[in-house]
Write a protein that binds this ligand. Structure first.
Ligand code: GSH
Length: 212
């Protein structure tokens, strides 16, 4: 049985799909359209009680949620894909450090950007200010990542890892297309390099090609 990835264009499922592509393992995609709020459907709650993407059903029928848990599981199950440095190396710690930084300090801000009304007492009055604040914090945190991109083009010197996939996808969010090139050029170069990888290119195109 192939993997089944529950996903939506440009969302966190793209990170998992890029990792699956790197493993060369067969997978199907089950589309859950965030623009139509399909993640709120009761049928999807049975897959992920948190009603968020991504979720991955494994070949053994078990379902995983939480992007980092999914990615590290894929690394463990597909060692030949070399998605992470060897676990006993210093590079592994650095890869994990920045994977977790983006997953815990940056990714959650996108919920405030996309759904500010969830976080304010008076949606009519406060949502816009909440979103603006979220975007300011977002930019500050990306500047920290930028300072720590140690390789060229990837995060780590001399090799690609899962953190590159994470940085590439999450950095596309929160409507910062005009801000990024002048402020986080290393993140931009890293993203171009991810998008150009042989296994990643078709997935990247499907998620991020401009439509219409
Ligand atoms: N901690 C979760 C965050 C997942 C998340 O926030 N997913 C977004 C899409 S990128 C989502 O499903 N949002 C829909 C919603 O909040 O209703 C993970 O790392 O997988």
């Amino acid at each position: 049985m192939p993997y089944t990835l529950y996903g939506s264009r440009r969302s966190g499922s793209c990170i998992v799909e890029l990792a699956l592509a790197e493993t060369r393992a067969p997978y199907d995609v089950q589309d859950v359209d965030l623009r139509l709020d399909q993640q709120r459907d009761a049928t999807y709650a049975a897959v992920n009680p948190q009603r968020k993407l991504p979720a991955l059903t494994m070949p053994n029928g078990e379902t995983l949620t939480e992007s980092v848990a999914i990615l590290l599981t894929l690394d463990r199950l597909h060692p030949d894909a070399k998605l992470m440095p060897p676990p006993q190396s210093g590079a592994y710690g650095q890869a994990l450090r920045w994977l977790m930084f983006v997953a815990t300090e940056i990714y959650p801000i996108v919920e405030i950007n996309d759904y500010p009304e969830r976080f304010v007492a008076d949606p009519a009055g406060d949502a816009k200010a909440m979103r603006e604040n979220a975007r300011r914090i977002w930019r500050d945190r990306w500047l920290i990542v930028e300072e720590h991109v140690a390789g060229a083009p990837f995060l780590l010197s001399g090799r690609f890892c899962l953190s590159d996939l994470y940085i590439a996808v999450v950095s596309r969010w929160a409507q910062q297309d005009d801000w990024r090139p002048g402020n986080i050029p290393k993140v931009e170069a890293l993203t171009q390099a991810v998008a150009g990888r042989e296994a990643c290119a078709p997935v990247w195109e499907r998620h991020f090609a401009k439509t219409g």
